[in-house]
Design a protein around this ligand. Structure first.
Ligand code: NAG
Ligand code: NAG
Ligand code: NAG
Ligand code: NAG
Ligand code: NAG
Ligand code: NAG
Ligand code: NAG
Length: 498
């Protein structure tokens, strides 16, 4: 049976099976079956064991499925045996994306997962989410089984909030047996990884075969400068990668750590995609200059994301990064997250110059939250946007920027007059002093834009609107189907004090 694009709404089924379940969770459950691919995402829906049984019944007969994506994170599950058994019958499975993290699943289930993996002999791509599950021993056994899967060339393992402190991180080392690996993604957020445990990451990166795609999400660990030295020494052996994502939020790597990390990144001259997350790392102006130097070597970059938000540097560092971006020859996608620094109107003017040069971006994400750009800065950003000739996806966050009516209207007017309108727009102007008159004008432009875009999102929280204008706006624009509009007010006294 060829089923294409059938969407099951679990609504009715669950209602029949378990009315209470539906009433408790107040959500719509859906599953998508397209050819031999099944996608089911029930993250955080509290379906419980009985809900899982219902879900399994819905797809258990599609024995020829080759691709299964199932997210059951955060569902209060204690027993997933039926799920594992159902999957084990899918003998043709090539791609499995199974996320069951953050459920109170019995620790002994680790061995059942191991048994499942052994049965899936045709698997080529595996993404396994085991956040906050099992004991160290159980996880180690699962990793061992994964390392024996000889056809898997694309691997993602998510172990968010799992203690990998000390030498527990060594449980990842069996992965070096996977000589066929082309892509590896390790999601190790909040895993208690310290400088001393990064030696194992170094060994891993050193011994792995040469990868094309590498993702290391080390968000919220304690890696610091010393850890970065080890990590960079490991990365040195993966200089051939074409795509690198490295997330180091809140690891205190400082400017010295940035120097080492960017030293090796700058040698990855064949990178087409680089996503680098250095939010909250005290990298300072000097660290930003190291980023800029590395970018100078990366002439094939197509997709660049830099997150250097949260008190990392001042204008000098910002300037260095922007100048480097301006010179990249083939950029299609740019994401620049520099919130809570001090780039000011001068920084916005520089951004404008960069956008004039980089005028063929398809994707542009700018998060300039709290950068004191003011009205002049907002107008500069708007002018920069108008230069874009191919934009499809635009996300602009100008929250907390001391913008008043003139700047806010300018930005929206500019977006309205981009010749090649992006299909998706997300604009945030919250916590700026925008008044009644300007907000009405903004909404007139926005509603006009909705005629030509697929979807537009506008956030106007904490502005200087009166309640009656807020209510009018909601009344007038709530029915525009491709506009999602969030608005509220704060007392005028707040703005008087500003
Ligand atoms: C699975 O594939 C086999 C052989 O290709 C076919 O005979 C069988 O009907 C298929 N089963 C389903 C449920 O599609
Ligand atoms: C699994 O083992 C860990 C460590 O011994 C324990 O803290 C946890 O409560 C156990 N989980 C379950 C669901 O029994
Ligand atoms: C972090 O790792 C250290 C060293 O192994 C260990 O002593 C400590 O208990 C771990 N902390 C947490 C919160 O897991
Ligand atoms: C980059 O690609 C070229 C051409 O394919 C290759 O010769 C070179 O070794 C690669 N450089 C690195 C650092 O892998
Ligand atoms: C960050 O690391 C430096 C040394 O590399 C240290 O002096 C400083 O206290 C650390 N800061 C924090 C907030 O941990
Ligand atoms: C950074 O490196 C320099 C030169 O090696 C050194 O003098 C300085 O103490 C280092 N700073 C930190 C915070 O480690
Ligand atoms: C405006 O609305 C807010 C939230 O709905 C409310 O708390 C506040 O009292 C209202 N202000 C006035 C002046 O009515």
């Amino acid at each position: 049976m060829q089923l294409s694009h059938i969407i099951w709404s679990f609504f009715g089924i669950l209602l029949a099976y378990n009315v209470k379940l539906y009433m408790d969770s107040k959500v719509q459950y859906d599953m998508k079956i397209e050819g031999n691919a099944i996608t089911i995402n029930l993250q955080g829906k509290s379906i419980g064991n009985s809900g899982l049984e219902v879900a399994c019944k819905q797809f258990q007969d599609y024995v020829n499925v080759t691709r299964l994506e199932a997210n059951f994170n955060l569902n209060g599950l204690t027993n997933v045996q039926t799920l594992l058994l159902t999957i084990s019958r899918f003998k043709k499975l090539k791609e499995l994306n199974l996320h069951i993290g953050n459920n109170p699943i019995d620790n002994s289930t680790a061995s059942n997962i191991q048994a499942l993996l052994i049965q899936l002999q045709n698997l080529e791509s595996l993404s396994l989410g085991l956040d906050n599950l099992f004991t160290h021993q159980g996880r180690s056994q699962i990793l061992k089984s994964i390392s024996e899967m000889k056809k898997v060339h694309t691997l993602q393992i998510s172990l968010i909030n799992t203690d990998l402190g000390g030498n527990k991180i060594d449980m990842l080392l069996p992965l070096i047996e996977m000589r066929q690996l082309k892509s590896l993604e390790l999601i190790l957020m909040g895993c208690n990884i310290t400088a001393s445990s990064t030696k194992s990451l170094q060994t891993l990166l050193y011994k792995l075969p040469k990868l094309e795609n590498l993702v290391l999400n080390l968000y919220g660990n304690r890696i610091m400068v010393d850890g970065i030295d080890d990590l960079s020494a490991g990365l040195y052996h993966q200089r051939q990668v074409k795509s690198l994502e490295i997330e180091l939020y809140f690891n205190n790597i400082t400017s010295n750590g940035t120097e080492t990390l960017m030293g090796v990144t700058g040698q990855m001259i064949n990178l087409t995609k680089l996503h680098i997350g250095l939010e909250f790392n005290y990298i300072e102006d000097k660290g930003a200059q190291y980023i800029a130097t590395a970018l100078g070597n990366l002439q094939h970059l197509d997709d660049l994301s830099i997150n250097v938000a949260s008190k990392n540097f001042g204008y000098l560092g910002y300037n260095a990064i922007l100048q480097a971006i301006e010179k990249l020859p083939t950029l299609n996608s740019l994401q620049l997250i520099i919130g809570v620094n001090k780039c000011g109107p001068r920084g916005a003017d520089l951004l404008k110059q960069v956008l004039f040069k980089q005028d063929k971006l398809k994707t542009l994400v700018l998060d300039y939250t709290e950068n004191y750009i003011g009205d002049a800065g907002a107008s500069f950003v708007g002018e920069g946007l108008m230069s874009q000739k191919k934009l499809e996806y635009l996300k602009l966050n100008l929250n907390f920027n001391s913008i008043s009516d003139r700047g806010a209207v300018d930005v929206v007017k500019s977006i309205h007059s981009i010749k090649h309108q992006p299909k998706y727009i997300d604009l945030r102007l919250s916590q700026n002093k925008i008044s009644d008159i300007a907000s009405k004008e903004i909404l007139r432009y926005v509603s006009d834009i909705t005629k030509v875009v697929d979807y537009i999102e506008l956030e106007l929280l904490g502005t200087a609107l009166t309640n009656s204008t807020r209510d009018d706006l909601i009344q007038n624009y709530k029915n525009l189907k491709n506009l999602n509009f969030i608005v509220d007010t704060i007392p005028p006294s707040y703005w008087d004090e500003q």
